[in-house]
Design a protein around this ligand. Structure first.
Ligand SMILES: NC(=O)c1ccc[n+]([C@@H]2O[C@H](COP(=O)([O-])OP(=O)(O)OC[C@H]3O[C@@H](n4cnc5c(N)ncnc54)[C@H](O)[C@@H]3O)[C@@H](O)[C@H]2O)c1
Length: 277
Protein backbone atom coordinates (compact mmCIF):
# COMPACT_ATOMS: atom_id res chain seq x y z
CA UNK A 1 0.00 0.00 0.00
CA UNK A 2 1.05 3.59 -0.62
CA UNK A 3 0.39 6.55 1.63
CA UNK A 4 -2.25 8.56 -0.22
CA UNK A 5 -4.28 9.44 2.87
CA UNK A 6 -6.35 12.61 2.42
CA UNK A 7 -5.42 13.18 -1.24
CA UNK A 8 -8.27 13.95 -3.61
CA UNK A 9 -8.40 11.89 -6.80
CA UNK A 10 -10.64 12.37 -9.84
CA UNK A 11 -11.02 9.37 -12.12
CA UNK A 12 -12.84 9.99 -15.40
CA UNK A 13 -14.77 7.14 -16.99
CA UNK A 14 -14.87 5.31 -13.65
CA UNK A 15 -18.61 4.63 -13.55
CA UNK A 16 -18.73 1.37 -15.49
CA UNK A 17 -18.67 -2.06 -13.83
CA UNK A 18 -15.63 -4.28 -14.62
CA UNK A 19 -13.79 -1.23 -15.98
CA UNK A 20 -10.23 -0.08 -15.39
CA UNK A 21 -11.63 3.17 -13.96
CA UNK A 22 -13.70 1.29 -11.36
CA UNK A 23 -10.61 -0.66 -10.23
CA UNK A 24 -8.52 2.53 -10.01
CA UNK A 25 -11.25 4.28 -8.00
CA UNK A 26 -11.56 1.39 -5.54
CA UNK A 27 -7.79 1.08 -5.17
CA UNK A 28 -7.37 4.81 -4.51
CA UNK A 29 -10.27 4.64 -2.03
CA UNK A 30 -8.50 1.80 -0.22
CA UNK A 31 -5.32 3.94 -0.21
CA UNK A 32 -7.17 6.63 1.74
CA UNK A 33 -7.96 9.09 -1.07
CA UNK A 34 -11.09 11.17 -1.30
CA UNK A 35 -12.52 9.86 -4.57
CA UNK A 36 -14.42 11.59 -7.35
CA UNK A 37 -16.12 8.99 -9.54
CA UNK A 38 -17.12 10.44 -12.86
CA UNK A 39 -18.67 9.17 -16.06
CA UNK A 40 -21.19 10.06 -18.75
CA UNK A 41 -24.14 8.69 -16.76
CA UNK A 42 -26.66 9.04 -19.56
CA UNK A 43 -26.41 8.03 -23.25
CA UNK A 44 -25.30 10.73 -25.69
CA UNK A 45 -26.39 9.62 -29.16
CA UNK A 46 -25.67 6.40 -31.05
CA UNK A 47 -21.89 6.48 -30.48
CA UNK A 48 -22.36 6.69 -26.71
CA UNK A 49 -25.25 4.27 -26.21
CA UNK A 50 -26.10 2.59 -22.91
CA UNK A 51 -24.28 -0.65 -23.80
CA UNK A 52 -20.95 1.23 -23.95
CA UNK A 53 -21.08 3.75 -21.13
CA UNK A 54 -21.12 4.00 -17.36
CA UNK A 55 -24.76 4.71 -16.43
CA UNK A 56 -25.80 6.84 -13.44
CA UNK A 57 -26.96 3.87 -11.32
CA UNK A 58 -23.70 2.00 -12.03
CA UNK A 59 -21.71 5.10 -11.10
CA UNK A 60 -23.65 5.42 -7.83
CA UNK A 61 -23.14 1.72 -7.05
CA UNK A 62 -19.37 2.03 -7.58
CA UNK A 63 -19.36 5.14 -5.38
CA UNK A 64 -21.12 3.11 -2.65
CA UNK A 65 -18.46 0.37 -2.95
CA UNK A 66 -15.72 2.99 -2.56
CA UNK A 67 -17.48 4.44 0.51
CA UNK A 68 -17.61 0.96 2.01
CA UNK A 69 -13.79 1.02 1.89
CA UNK A 70 -13.87 4.04 4.20
CA UNK A 71 -13.34 6.75 1.58
CA UNK A 72 -15.20 10.01 1.16
CA UNK A 73 -16.72 9.81 -2.30
CA UNK A 74 -18.79 11.90 -4.69
CA UNK A 75 -20.14 10.81 -8.07
CA UNK A 76 -20.27 13.52 -10.72
CA UNK A 77 -21.59 13.05 -14.26
CA UNK A 78 -19.28 14.66 -16.82
CA UNK A 79 -18.83 14.43 -20.57
CA UNK A 80 -15.11 15.02 -20.94
CA UNK A 81 -15.66 16.43 -24.44
CA UNK A 82 -17.22 19.57 -22.95
CA UNK A 83 -15.00 22.21 -21.35
CA UNK A 84 -17.95 23.58 -19.34
CA UNK A 85 -18.73 20.13 -17.91
CA UNK A 86 -15.06 19.53 -17.13
CA UNK A 87 -14.92 22.85 -15.25
CA UNK A 88 -18.00 21.81 -13.27
CA UNK A 89 -16.34 18.48 -12.42
CA UNK A 90 -13.22 20.21 -11.09
CA UNK A 91 -15.33 22.70 -9.13
CA UNK A 92 -17.39 19.88 -7.58
CA UNK A 93 -14.19 18.14 -6.41
CA UNK A 94 -12.82 21.32 -4.86
CA UNK A 95 -16.15 22.14 -3.23
CA UNK A 96 -16.40 18.65 -1.69
CA UNK A 97 -12.78 18.10 -0.68
CA UNK A 98 -10.92 21.43 -0.96
CA UNK A 99 -8.27 20.34 -3.46
CA UNK A 100 -7.38 18.21 -6.48
CA UNK A 101 -4.21 16.16 -6.02
CA UNK A 102 -4.56 13.32 -8.52
CA UNK A 103 -6.28 13.26 -11.91
CA UNK A 104 -6.64 9.99 -13.80
CA UNK A 105 -7.70 10.46 -17.41
CA UNK A 106 -9.28 7.06 -17.96
CA UNK A 107 -12.38 7.87 -20.06
CA UNK A 108 -11.93 6.29 -23.45
CA UNK A 109 -13.68 5.01 -26.53
CA UNK A 110 -12.29 1.79 -28.01
CA UNK A 111 -15.37 0.39 -29.72
CA UNK A 112 -15.42 2.53 -32.86
CA UNK A 113 -13.36 0.51 -35.33
CA UNK A 114 -13.60 0.50 -39.11
CA UNK A 115 -11.36 -0.43 -42.06
CA UNK A 116 -9.14 2.58 -42.69
CA UNK A 117 -10.40 3.33 -46.21
CA UNK A 118 -13.97 3.33 -44.88
CA UNK A 119 -13.23 5.22 -41.67
CA UNK A 120 -15.92 7.86 -41.24
CA UNK A 121 -15.02 11.43 -40.34
CA UNK A 122 -17.65 11.32 -37.59
CA UNK A 123 -16.04 8.17 -36.13
CA UNK A 124 -12.60 9.76 -36.15
CA UNK A 125 -13.98 12.86 -34.43
CA UNK A 126 -15.85 10.83 -31.78
CA UNK A 127 -12.75 8.86 -30.78
CA UNK A 128 -10.35 11.81 -30.78
CA UNK A 129 -12.85 13.98 -28.86
CA UNK A 130 -12.94 11.61 -25.89
CA UNK A 131 -9.51 10.00 -25.87
CA UNK A 132 -7.41 13.06 -26.61
CA UNK A 133 -9.42 16.27 -26.31
CA UNK A 134 -11.10 14.97 -23.15
CA UNK A 135 -7.72 14.31 -21.53
CA UNK A 136 -6.50 17.74 -22.67
CA UNK A 137 -9.49 19.53 -21.10
CA UNK A 138 -9.37 17.61 -17.82
CA UNK A 139 -5.59 18.03 -17.52
CA UNK A 140 -5.83 21.76 -18.29
CA UNK A 141 -8.40 22.46 -15.60
CA UNK A 142 -6.85 20.12 -13.03
CA UNK A 143 -3.48 21.81 -13.62
CA UNK A 144 -5.01 25.27 -13.12
CA UNK A 145 -6.33 24.12 -9.73
CA UNK A 146 -3.10 22.31 -8.76
CA UNK A 147 -1.02 25.39 -9.63
CA UNK A 148 -3.36 27.62 -7.59
CA UNK A 149 -3.02 25.25 -4.62
CA UNK A 150 0.75 25.39 -4.89
CA UNK A 151 0.99 21.76 -3.76
CA UNK A 152 2.45 18.85 -5.67
CA UNK A 153 0.01 17.19 -8.06
CA UNK A 154 -0.11 14.20 -10.32
CA UNK A 155 -1.82 13.46 -13.63
CA UNK A 156 -2.00 9.91 -14.97
CA UNK A 157 -3.24 9.20 -18.49
CA UNK A 158 -4.53 5.73 -19.28
CA UNK A 159 -3.09 5.23 -22.75
CA UNK A 160 -2.72 1.77 -24.29
CA UNK A 161 -0.46 -0.69 -26.04
CA UNK A 162 -1.95 1.14 -29.03
CA UNK A 163 0.09 4.16 -27.88
CA UNK A 164 3.23 2.24 -28.83
CA UNK A 165 2.20 -0.16 -31.63
CA UNK A 166 -0.26 -0.10 -34.53
CA UNK A 167 -3.53 -2.04 -34.59
CA UNK A 168 -5.73 -2.69 -37.65
CA UNK A 169 -9.19 -1.10 -37.93
CA UNK A 170 -8.16 1.21 -35.11
CA UNK A 171 -6.60 4.22 -36.85
CA UNK A 172 -8.40 6.75 -34.67
CA UNK A 173 -7.87 4.81 -31.43
CA UNK A 174 -4.17 4.21 -32.18
CA UNK A 175 -3.61 7.83 -33.21
CA UNK A 176 -5.45 9.13 -30.14
CA UNK A 177 -3.41 6.97 -27.76
CA UNK A 178 -0.10 7.89 -29.43
CA UNK A 179 -1.29 11.50 -29.09
CA UNK A 180 -2.04 10.96 -25.41
CA UNK A 181 1.59 10.01 -24.83
CA UNK A 182 2.59 13.21 -26.64
CA UNK A 183 0.29 15.20 -24.35
CA UNK A 184 1.83 13.39 -21.36
CA UNK A 185 5.36 14.38 -22.39
CA UNK A 186 4.49 18.00 -23.18
CA UNK A 187 2.59 18.40 -19.90
CA UNK A 188 5.39 16.76 -17.92
CA UNK A 189 7.92 19.26 -19.24
CA UNK A 190 5.69 22.31 -18.81
CA UNK A 191 4.09 21.44 -15.47
CA UNK A 192 7.11 19.86 -13.79
CA UNK A 193 8.40 23.19 -12.43
CA UNK A 194 5.07 23.51 -10.56
CA UNK A 195 5.54 20.13 -8.90
CA UNK A 196 3.00 18.42 -11.13
CA UNK A 197 4.10 15.02 -12.41
CA UNK A 198 2.46 13.65 -15.56
CA UNK A 199 2.71 10.02 -16.63
CA UNK A 200 0.88 7.53 -18.82
CA UNK A 201 0.07 3.87 -18.22
CA UNK A 202 -0.15 1.60 -21.26
CA UNK A 203 -2.20 -1.56 -20.70
CA UNK A 204 -2.40 -4.44 -23.16
CA UNK A 205 -5.64 -6.41 -23.48
CA UNK A 206 -8.01 -6.56 -20.50
CA UNK A 207 -11.49 -8.07 -20.83
CA UNK A 208 -13.49 -5.16 -19.49
CA UNK A 209 -16.83 -4.22 -21.10
CA UNK A 210 -14.77 -2.49 -23.78
CA UNK A 211 -12.31 -5.40 -23.97
CA UNK A 212 -15.20 -7.85 -24.44
CA UNK A 213 -16.47 -5.79 -27.37
CA UNK A 214 -12.97 -5.84 -28.90
CA UNK A 215 -12.71 -9.63 -28.43
CA UNK A 216 -15.97 -10.05 -30.33
CA UNK A 217 -14.91 -7.61 -33.05
CA UNK A 218 -11.42 -8.99 -33.67
CA UNK A 219 -12.36 -12.68 -33.37
CA UNK A 220 -15.04 -12.12 -36.05
CA UNK A 221 -12.59 -10.17 -38.25
CA UNK A 222 -9.93 -12.89 -37.97
CA UNK A 223 -12.44 -15.76 -38.41
CA UNK A 224 -11.74 -17.24 -34.97
CA UNK A 225 -14.12 -18.21 -32.22
CA UNK A 226 -14.03 -15.96 -29.16
CA UNK A 227 -12.07 -18.32 -26.89
CA UNK A 228 -9.49 -19.23 -29.54
CA UNK A 229 -8.87 -15.54 -30.19
CA UNK A 230 -8.42 -14.83 -26.47
CA UNK A 231 -6.14 -17.85 -26.00
CA UNK A 232 -4.00 -16.51 -28.85
CA UNK A 233 -3.43 -13.31 -26.88
CA UNK A 234 -2.43 -15.32 -23.80
CA UNK A 235 -0.07 -17.54 -25.80
CA UNK A 236 1.76 -14.52 -27.28
CA UNK A 237 2.22 -12.93 -23.87
CA UNK A 238 5.46 -13.68 -21.99
CA UNK A 239 3.47 -14.04 -18.73
CA UNK A 240 0.84 -16.17 -20.53
CA UNK A 241 -2.18 -14.19 -19.45
CA UNK A 242 -4.15 -11.09 -20.35
CA UNK A 243 -4.16 -8.04 -18.11
CA UNK A 244 -6.40 -7.54 -15.10
CA UNK A 245 -7.93 -4.23 -14.08
CA UNK A 246 -6.08 -4.52 -10.76
CA UNK A 247 -2.74 -4.58 -12.62
CA UNK A 248 -3.48 -1.08 -13.87
CA UNK A 249 -4.84 0.13 -10.53
CA UNK A 250 -1.60 -0.96 -8.83
CA UNK A 251 0.49 0.96 -11.37
CA UNK A 252 -1.67 4.06 -10.90
CA UNK A 253 -1.38 3.90 -7.10
CA UNK A 254 2.40 3.64 -7.44
CA UNK A 255 2.66 6.54 -9.90
CA UNK A 256 0.42 8.69 -7.68
CA UNK A 257 2.58 8.05 -4.63
CA UNK A 258 5.80 9.56 -3.35
CA UNK A 259 7.50 6.31 -4.34
CA UNK A 260 7.31 7.73 -7.88
CA UNK A 261 8.39 11.25 -6.84
CA UNK A 262 11.14 11.40 -9.51
CA UNK A 263 9.11 9.82 -12.32
CA UNK A 264 7.45 12.10 -14.85
CA UNK A 265 6.96 12.10 -18.62
CA UNK A 266 6.94 8.30 -18.58
CA UNK A 267 4.65 6.01 -20.60
CA UNK A 268 4.77 2.83 -18.54
CA UNK A 269 3.84 -0.49 -20.14
CA UNK A 270 1.71 -2.73 -17.94
CA UNK A 271 1.41 -5.56 -20.40
CA UNK A 272 3.06 -8.70 -19.05
CA UNK A 273 6.00 -8.03 -21.34
CA UNK A 274 3.89 -7.98 -24.53
CA UNK A 275 4.93 -4.38 -25.17
CA UNK A 276 8.42 -3.27 -24.21
CA UNK A 277 9.24 -0.07 -26.04
N1 LIG B 1 -9.64 -2.89 -21.86
C1 LIG B 1 -8.51 -2.84 -22.51
O1 LIG B 1 -8.05 -3.84 -23.06
C2 LIG B 1 -7.73 -1.55 -22.59
C3 LIG B 1 -6.42 -1.64 -23.05
C4 LIG B 1 -5.67 -0.46 -23.15
C5 LIG B 1 -6.22 0.73 -22.77
N2 LIG B 1 -7.50 0.79 -22.32
C6 LIG B 1 -8.02 2.10 -21.95
O2 LIG B 1 -8.47 2.06 -20.62
C7 LIG B 1 -9.50 3.03 -20.42
C8 LIG B 1 -10.69 2.37 -19.74
O3 LIG B 1 -11.21 1.39 -20.61
P1 LIG B 1 -12.00 0.09 -20.12
O4 LIG B 1 -11.45 -1.04 -20.86
O5 LIG B 1 -12.05 0.04 -18.66
O6 LIG B 1 -13.43 0.33 -20.75
P2 LIG B 1 -14.80 0.89 -20.14
O7 LIG B 1 -15.74 0.98 -21.27
O8 LIG B 1 -15.18 0.09 -18.95
O9 LIG B 1 -14.40 2.35 -19.64
C9 LIG B 1 -14.40 3.48 -20.45
C10 LIG B 1 -15.27 4.52 -19.77
O10 LIG B 1 -15.16 5.76 -20.47
C11 LIG B 1 -16.43 6.37 -20.40
N3 LIG B 1 -16.61 7.40 -21.40
C12 LIG B 1 -16.77 7.24 -22.75
N4 LIG B 1 -16.99 8.43 -23.33
C13 LIG B 1 -16.98 9.37 -22.33
C14 LIG B 1 -17.14 10.77 -22.29
N5 LIG B 1 -17.40 11.47 -23.42
N6 LIG B 1 -17.07 11.40 -21.09
C15 LIG B 1 -16.84 10.71 -19.97
N7 LIG B 1 -16.66 9.35 -19.93
C16 LIG B 1 -16.74 8.70 -21.11
C17 LIG B 1 -17.41 5.22 -20.57
O11 LIG B 1 -18.72 5.56 -20.11
C18 LIG B 1 -16.75 4.12 -19.74
O12 LIG B 1 -17.22 4.12 -18.42
C19 LIG B 1 -9.81 3.60 -21.80
O13 LIG B 1 -9.14 4.84 -21.96
C20 LIG B 1 -9.23 2.56 -22.74
O14 LIG B 1 -8.86 3.10 -23.99
C21 LIG B 1 -8.26 -0.33 -22.21
Amino acid sequence: MYNLQGKTAIITGSGRRKGIGEAIALRLAAEGCNVVISDLGTPKGPEFSIEHIGATDEMEAIAADARALGAKVIAVPCDVRSEAEVQRLMAAAVEAFGSIDILVNNAGVGYIMEPFTEFKESSWDAVLAVNLKGAFLCSKHAAIQMMAQGTAGCIINIASQAAKSGFPYAAAYTASKHGLVGLTRSNAVELGPYGIRVNAVCPNHITTGLGHWQNQFFSAKFGLDYDTYLQGIRDRNPLRRTGMVEDIAKAVAFLASDQAAYITGEAMNVSGGEEYH
